[in-house]
Design a protein around this ligand. Structure first.
Ligand code: NAD
Length: 261
């Protein structure tokens, strides 16, 4: 009898519109801490400090925000994609990926080889900084040089507006186009695969439900339990990187067998 990994590989081979939905757990094996695991970002910082409204209202909050964001960026900037990122990129190469919805801000999908037109960055990206006033965009490294030089809460060269990494904070509006597209792809897919997300923040918590309600199969690969486990067809509580390496190896093999007959 075949186990869940074999079943997931079979589902991938048989499906026509696959949506992969990922969270911070995908990148922990690349050395980037998630938010909620022990040793994660919220063990070190209080999430209440980082509401968008506070960033707008107080210079002290902006300085704290940039401190936390600099810490996170340090773990991201030289990180390399792991085998789970590479497996998702291979799904695209195999013509199996309809869309990758990511909550991650670390840019590792692009280093792994996914093309920008397949990736919806729901929570933005830490690789750029934008002015909240005139929307001028800056390269992140250029701003980090200013931070390292003692500028604790940098402002725009052009208009003196507040600069912020191009990520979505608590209380900040989600990017409308990406969010709408994510809902549409979730509703239209025939297989929805969650990897490395606690599925507790919105709209993450809703996407697998929408997919399932519209007839898709649901697979969850996450180290810990999630609130969507009861509606999933297959749940694998394991590390993303070795699990996805095995899944993609089975998919590769099955597709090669099909093309031989
Ligand atoms: P989360 O921290 O809430 O949950 C991460 C989940 O991943 C947990 O349930 C944990 O069990 C699981 N996990 C951790 N390591 C794993 C591994 N190696 N294999 C399998 N599962 C693993 O993260 P979330 O659900 O993505 O949501 C919170 C927010 O975190 C998002 O808004 C995202 O923007 C932000 N975030 C992103 C990064 C990043 O870009 N790498 C890093 C930290 C936080």
């Amino acid at each position: 009898m075949s186990g869940p990994i074999e079943k997931i590989a079979e589902l991938i081979v048989d499906s026509l519109r696959i949506v992969v939905f990922v969270g911070a757990g995908l990148s922990t094996e690349s050395g980037i801490p998630d938010f909620r695991s022990p040793g994660g970002v919220w063990d070190k910082y209080d999430p209440q400090e980082f509401y968008f409204q506070r960033f707008l209202e107080s210079e002290t909050s902006r300085e704290k925000y940039w401190q936390m964001a600099t810490d996170m960026y340090e773990s991201m900037k030289d990180a390399e994609p792991n085998r789970a990122h590479l497996a998702i990129a291979e799904l695209e190469q195999l013509g199996k990926l309809d869309c990758l919805i990511t909550q991650n801000i670390d840019g590792l999908h692009f280093k792994a080889g996914n093309s920008p037109d397949k990736v919806l960055e729901l929570h933005g990206t830490a690789m750029h900084v934008t002015c909240l006033n005139c929307h001028k965009r800056y390269d992140r490294d250029a701003i980090q040089i200013r931070i390292a030089g003692g500028d604790k809460a940098p402002r725009c060269d052009a208009c003196k507006g507040l600069l912020k990494p191009a990520t979505i904070s608590f209380g900040q509006s989600m990017p409308a186009e990406e969010t709408q597209a994510a809902y549409e792809h979730s509703a239209a897919c025939d297989l929805f695969i969650v990897i490395g997300s606690s599925l507790v923040v919105q709209p993450a918590a809703q996407m697998p439900v929408i997919a399932k309600q519209n007839g898709a199969k649901l697979v969850i690969i996450n180290r810990d339990e999630t609130p969507c486990d009861p509606i999933a067809d297959y749940v694998v509580n394991a590390q993303a990187s070795p699990t996805m390496a095995t899944v993609i190896e089975r998919v590769r093999r099955a597709l090669a067998n099909i093309s031989r007959v």
